[in-house]
Design a protein around this ligand. Sequence first.
Ligand code: ADP
Ligand code: GN1
Ligand code: MG
Length: 376
Amino acid sequence: MMRPERELAEVGAHFQIHGRFLRGFSIGTGHINDTYAADYDYGGQTVRFVHQTINHRVFPEPLRLMENVTRVTGHMASKLAEADDPDARRKALTVVPARDGNGCWKNGDGVYWRTYVYIHRATTFETLDSEERARAVARAFGRFQRMLTDIPGGRLHETIPDFHDAGKRCDALEAAVAASKNGRVSEAKDAIDFVRKRRDVAGVIRKLLDSGGIPERVTHNDTKLNNVLIDDATEEGICVIDLDTVMPGSVLYDFGDMIRTVTNPALEDERDLSKVCMRMNMFRALLEGYWSTAGGFLNETEREHLAFSGKLLALIIGARFLTDYLQGDTYFKVHRRGQNLDRARSQFRLVKSIEEQEEEMRGVVDDVVRSCEPLC
Ligand code: ADP
Ligand code: GN1
Ligand code: MG
C-alpha cells in the first residue's frame, strides 16, 4: 500500500530519529507487511531508515514480536562486536526504538509501525540463476542460525503458533473447502486433490520434533530468497532480514524454504508451469553454502532430511496459498484475481519436480557432507 509522505513523516516523528524528514517511498515485494524507505537530514548528511507496518491481522501481538526481534538483533550485534567485525552495522538489522522506548509505535488507526536502519549497497532477489549467489544465500541463513544457537534469555515467543505444522495446514485447507461458498472449490479441485494425496508427508518433521529425533532450535522460518540482502560489491549474503517469524522451529523448515525459492527458476506465481522445476545444480550450491556454516551443529537426523525438506515446504506454502484462495484472499497480498491459486499450482509443480528427483538429491547431500568440511 502506498502511503502519503506526510504519513511517513509522522511515523518517523514517533521514533528515535533526530534528523529532519526529507522524503519517503515504498520498497519491497513481501506478501505481509508494507515497507518504506525514508531519508532524513542530519545536519547536511542524509540518513535513510526503513519504516514498516507490522500486519496486525497476521501477528496478533506486535509488542511481543518486537521483543523477539530486539533480542535476536541485539544478540547478533554483540557477537559481531565481539568479533570486531568492521561491517557489523550491515550484518544484522538494527531496531530504532520508538520515542517511548518500545520496539514499535501504534498510530491512531491502530496500525503498528517499526523502524530499522537502512542497509545500503545491497539487493534482494526474487529468483536466482547464479550458483555463487545461491551458496551465499545459504551461508547467510546458516550463519544466522549458528549465531542464535546460544541466544540467552529463554525460549522466544511463538509469533504465529504452529506456523509450519503441515498437518494443521492440511486441516485448515479442509476446513476452508468445507466452508467455501464462493464457488472456488470446483475451480481449485486439481490443487485440493494434490494436497490430499500427500497427507502422509505432512507429519514427518512434526513427529521428529515431538520424538526428540531433531531438536527445536531458534530458526528464521521465512527463509525465502528475498529475505536476505546480497552485498552489491562482494555478492555475499550480508544480512538476513524479515525477522517476524524468528522463533522456535526446525532448521529443516529453513533449509526447505531455501530449496523452494532458490532452486526454482520461475516466480512464485508463475502460470506457465513448464517453467517450474527444481534445478539440481542450484540445490548442490545451496547445500554447499549451508553445510559450510551450519554443518557443524546439525545432527544426523536433520542431515538425513535436508533433501526432503524442500518438498515439505513447497507443499505447506502451496496449501496455505490455496487455503487463502478458497477463503477469498484475506491473508497474502494479491495483485490480481486467481493469483493465490496460481501460486499454489506453481508450488505443487515444484513439489512434483522434487519428488521426481528426491533420490538424486539425497545422493547430493551424501556427497557434499562427505567432501565439504564445515567452517566451524
Ligand atoms: P515483508 O515482510 O513484506 O516481506 P521485509 O522485511 O522482507 O518485508 O522487507 C521488504 C523488502 O524491503 C526487502 O525485501 C528488502 O528489499 C527491503 N528492506 C527491508 N528492510 C531493509 C533494510 N533494513 N535495509 C534495506 N532494505 C530493506
Ligand atoms: C510470506 O512476508 P513474506 O512475503 O516474506 C509468509 C511466508 C510465506 C511467504 C511466501 C508471516 O512471507 O510464510 O512463505 O509469504 N509470511 C507469513 O512467499 O505468513
Ligand atoms: Mg520479506
